[in-house]
Ligand binder design. Structure first.
Ligand SMILES: Cc1cc2nc3c(=O)[nH]c(=O)nc-3n(C[C@H](O)[C@H](O)[C@H](O)COP(=O)(O)O)c2cc1C
Length: 400
């Protein structure tokens, strides 16, 4: 289940474009997130994907005509009234023209005139079609109606053309959906988030690091973006793609992370440091691969810059949040870190349980606040936990 998607009523419109197969995956992601999704297909969309696929995934019949023998004649009005959001993916040039012109000659275009909920349109077509002044002026008109247009990706299209027109990945469409459903309570706020591990080189082929996956930091960055914040994410080496709409700076070592964070700090209102930065690095980096010649090998380590402490010393009204992954005595370590580093909140988790902490999709944390209070949160998906943390941060920001 995904916060803001859970129990929401969504309408997915599918048009007759080559990318219609991708809307099957969009539907799967929306349903996985806990949404109730109804699908309306154009007649031409049936040429690309069968309604049975959408019906099986959504669990409800697919509407393809307002003149079906059952109650479909009124269904589009009911569905429009009940929808929390309408998404059209892919939206063909033809469909965009009809929506811009107020034409209602099939189930989807009729529904789209009746809906009052937010609308997300995902155009996808041949580059020349997309760049045609008629399509561009229709898109401008649709923006003027208050609809959100998800720009198509550029690249090699199925028709062989190179340029804009490709439907963005289903995960990117999901991000846009979450951005339209989440409250915009962080609009105007600037968040700086750090994520992932750092790598401290021993020689050209070896390094000291830790198992941080970056999932918690990326979840916080995404959740803040969905709530309207301008987000900068500084990440160590992780296997996660750049989330859309976020300024991402990729770094490798603790020194690089220090530079990137300190240069972005002055422009941030809220700083959330989830990165697992190495506390020590090898004093020397061997210029060539160290050979296996002796039975033992000693490494001299030196301390890296304590970024959180430095930020705590430099902060001028920013809200500063740290994470503490501990293997024992969480409360004592968290309270000490909160005090020593001049933080406003610390998110503490005991690592090693298997369902929380490094690499997991879920986490179980306790929030420790400056006033001495603490709040233990249940095991949660990291995205939902990110929102729970942002709820508290939003309240702290209102007090400052
Ligand atoms: C193989 C094939 C692929 C097509 N792909 C697209 C497309 O990606 N985008 C688009 O706007 N039209 C595309 N078309 C043209 C539309 O199918 C056509 O304009 C149709 O009238 C759209 O109907 P609808 O908007 O009611 O679904 C394609 C047509 C064919 C035959």
């Amino acid at each position: 289940m995904t916060q803001w998607l859970h129990d929401k009523r969504l309408l997915l419109g599918v048009c007759g474009g080559i990318a219609a197969y991708k809307s099957v995956e969009v539907l799967r992601l929306l349903v996985k997130g806990g949404a109730h999704v109804r699908v309306i297909m154009t007649e031409n969309a049936r040429w690309f994907v069968g309604p049975g696929t959408f019906q099986a995934l959504s669990g409800v019949p697919v509407c393809t005509s307002v003149f079906n023998a059952d109650d479909a004649a009124i269904r589009h009005i009911d569905w429009a009234r009940e929808a929390d959001l309408a998404v059209v993916a892919p939206a063909t040039a033809n469909c965009l023209g009809k929506l811009a012109g107020g034409i209602a000659d099939d189930a989807l275009s009729t529904f789209m005139l009746a809906v009052t909920a937010p609308v997300l349109l995902c155009p996808s077509m041949n580059t020349h079609m997309y760049q045609h002044p008629a399509v561009q002026s229709n898109l401008a008109r649709l923006r003027g109606f208050g609809h959100t247009i998800l720009e198509p990706d550029a690249g090699q299209l199925a028709c062989g053309t190179l340029g804009p027109g490709r439907l963005p990945a289903p995960e990117v469409i999901l991000e846009a959906v979450l951005g339209l459903l989440a409250p915009q309570d962080l609009a105007g706020r600037r968040l700086l988030v750090t994520a992932g591990p750092t790598r401290e080189p021993i020689d050209p082929v070896r390094f000291i690091s830790n198992p941080s996956s970056g999932k918690m930091g990326f979840a916080i960055a995404r959740a803040a973006r969905h709530r309207g914040a301008a987000v900068t994410l500084v990440s160590g080496p992780v296997d996660l793609p750049d989330p859309p709409g976020i300024t991402v700076r990729r770094v490798t070592t603790a020194a690089e992370m220090t530079d990137a964070v300190l240069s972005a700090f002055a422009d941030a209102d809220i700083v959330v440091k989830t990165a697992a930065v190495s506390d020590y690095r090898p004093r020397e980096r061997a210029p060539h691969k160290i050979k296996k010649t002796s039975d033992t090998l000693g490494l001299t380590l030196e301390k890296t810059t304590d970024i959180l402490k430095t930020l705590g010393e430099r902060k001028r009204g920013q809200i500063l949040v740290g994470f503490a992954a501990e293997t024992q005595e969480l409360a004592a370590h968290a309270a000490a870190k909160l005090e020593a580093k001049n933080l406003d909140m610390i998110v503490g988790n005991l690592v090693g349980s298997g369902d929380a902490g490094f690499g997991c999709d879920t986490n179980r944390v306790t929030l420790f606040l400056r006033d001495g209070s603490h709040e233990a949160l249940p095991l949660m998906d990291k995205y939902d936990l990110a929102h729970a943390i942002l709820d508290r941060l939003g309240r702290l920001a209102e007090q400052t």
